[in-house]
Design a protein around this ligand. Structure first.
Ligand SMILES: Nc1ncnc2c1ncn2[C@@H]1O[C@H](COP(=O)(O)OP(=O)(O)O)[C@@H](O)[C@H]1O
Ligand SMILES: [Mg+2]
Length: 257
């Protein structure tokens, strides 16, 4: 097998590497105030779970605990069957702000994430190809649009070898059309690479379009969850899709029976 073919195989066939996440009675308090209440949460390998809920209900705290940026007050997180102690080597967190280094080219920003130095250039180019930005590799991040910067952040996640992607409202600042494009891109990359993913979003339609399962968090607890079995790509105009969206919104707004 040539080097290139090997690299392709490494970049594209990831199914075997997707990891499971489990939280066990996971609680977090800040200054004596409990913001996560004994959460038992799971993501199966290769599953895309969306978490929705009002601002302040603990979504970002959950993601920070799962990638090891915060320590539990009690309970624990398991990733790939191992109890997490410090930063997770599997996880990559993506926020609204793509957080690119302004003094490095697009390609260098992506290359920095690649674990093996010798392959960095190729891995970065390949990851940029996957997000449709190969021809922007030499540019500065500052001249890219918000959507393009988020694509670079996605490329960085792909280059990093992470097999658990944690999305914290990454598309929140984008205009509606760019957001649709990015949702399609995330779905395509996920179908190709089958990483495990948690998508925190305030956009119920986004959750319904992308997730295998949707969880609703309220006050640090999961109060509702539903499996989404609609075929992909999802037909947003279908009656089933609309019904699902409405059911979740009703829950969030507390109007369910
Ligand atoms: N580092 C922190 N120190 C103190 N309180 C925090 C900290 N991080 C989050 N909180 C509080 O925890 C609660 C949940 O926050 P967060 O997880 O950011 O919610 P969400 O992402 O759902 O909007 C909020 O009340 C927030 O103010
Ligand atoms: Mg948040």
């Amino acid at each position: 097998m040539s080097n290139n073919t090997l690299l392709e195989a490494r970049l594209v066939s990831r199914t075997d590497k997707a990891v499971a996440v489990r939280t066990h009675a996971l609680s977090k308090e800040f200054s004596g105030r409990l913001v996560l209440h004994s959460l038992d949460f799971r993501v199966d390998p290769g599953e895309l779970v969306a978490v929705v809920g009002k601002s302040g209900c603990g979504k970002s705290t959950l993601l920070r605990l799962i990638c090891g940026l915060e320590k539990p007050s009690s309970g624990w997180v398991e990733v790939d069957g191992e109890r997490l102690n410090g930063l997770s080597r599997h996880a990559r967190l993506m926020f609204q702000d793509a957080a690119l280094l302004p003094w490095k080219s697009v390609k260098a920003n992506v290359a920095l994430a690649a674990p093996r130095k010798s392959l960095r250039d190729r891995v970065a180019e390949d990851a940029l190809q996957h997000v449709g930005l190969r021809d922007r590799a030499q540019e500065w991040p500052s001249i890219l649009s918000g959507g393009q910067r988020q694509r670079v952040a996605l490329a960085r996640a792909l280059a990093s070898d992470a097999n658990l992607l944690l999305f914290d409202e990454p598309l929140g600042a984008l205009d509606a059309l760019t957001r649709l494009e990015m949702q399609a891109l995330i779905e395509r990359l996920w179908l190709e690479r089958r990483f495990s993913a948690i998508l925190v979003t305030h956009d119920v339609e986004e959750a319904a379009a992308l997730a295998d399962r949707i969880l609703l968090m309220e006050g640090g607890r999961v109060t509702f969850q539903t499996t989404v079995s609609l075929e992909r790509p999802r037909d947003r105009a279908s009656a089933e899709f609309t019904a699902l969206k409405e059911a979740i919104l009703e829950r969030i707004l507390g109007r369910h029976a």
